[in-house]
Design a binder for this molecule. Structure first.
Ligand SMILES: [Zn+2]
Length: 220
């Protein structure tokens, strides 16, 4: 195993455990993956594992084009289809995080588009480009993968009705930050909607944030 692959396994383990510690996943729901730099492969979480129980050796090495498991004996995540499709669609994507957090799931299930209102957006400025709502399809289906790549053609994150959220980044850490900030924004929107109407940040500020994301070298 290359040093690069081993280091990536360790980073995935840290990111997965942190997402669990932050309350963004529960049970064995959600999945994370990272592209092995310079290859057509990615490391992806095995099915049925809680994020908090992940160890570096648990991640499966999967061919992005064929989805064949090249290394590992467990079953790869049920959502391997959309992870691999997102890597094929976004040549610069280095990580994908998919979770079932409470507030993104609530908003998406009532058909609410994300309205960016809070300054948490500074922590993940690429989200200022917008976060579409994907169409519903059953978990693990090719149809879900079709819907995800359609929703994320120009965007680095989406809300998934009756399901959760997904974000990508140049690195697995960037993808995790995007998905965490997305949940913070969704929580604010939910709470605002309890007392009034969502009021988005001015478009000029959102445009400035997208420019800032580009200057920082983030995936936009
Ligand atoms: Zn899911």
């Amino acid at each position: 195993m290359s040093d690069i692959e081993q280091e990536l396994r360790e980073r995935l383990t840290i990111v997965g455990r942190q997402l669990f510690a932050d309350g963004l996943t529960h049970g064995s729901s959600g999945n994370i993956s990272a592209r092995v730099p310079g290859t057509d492969t990615c490391l992806i979480k095995p099915s049925g594992y809680r994020f908090c129980d992940l160890e570096p050796e648990h991640f499966l090495l999967v061919d992005i084009n064929t989805r064949e498991v090249l290394k590992g004996s467990a079953k790869p995540s049920i959502e391997t289809p959309f992870h691999t499709r997102l890597y094929l669609q976004w040549a610069e994507a280095g990580g994908v995080v998919h979770i079932h957090p409470k507030y993104c799931t609530i908003l998406s299930t009532i058909g609410e588009e994300l309205v960016i209102m809070g300054l948490d957006i500074f922590g993940a400025p690429a989200l200022a480009k917008g976060v579409p709502l994907s169409k519903f399809a059953p978990p693990g289906s090719e149809e879900l993968a079709d819907n995800m790549v359609a929703a994320m053609k120009e965007h680095i994150a989406c809300l998934m009705p009756h399901h959760g959220s997904t974000a990508i980044g140049k690195s697995i850490e960037e993808a995790a930050r995007n998905v965490k900030v997305l949940e913070d924004l969704a929580q604010l929107q939910y709470e605002v909607m309890l007392v009034g109407e969502p009021d988005p940040l001015p478009q000029s500020m959102l445009d400035m944030l997208v420019e800032r994301a580009k200057e920082k070298g983030l995936l936009v």
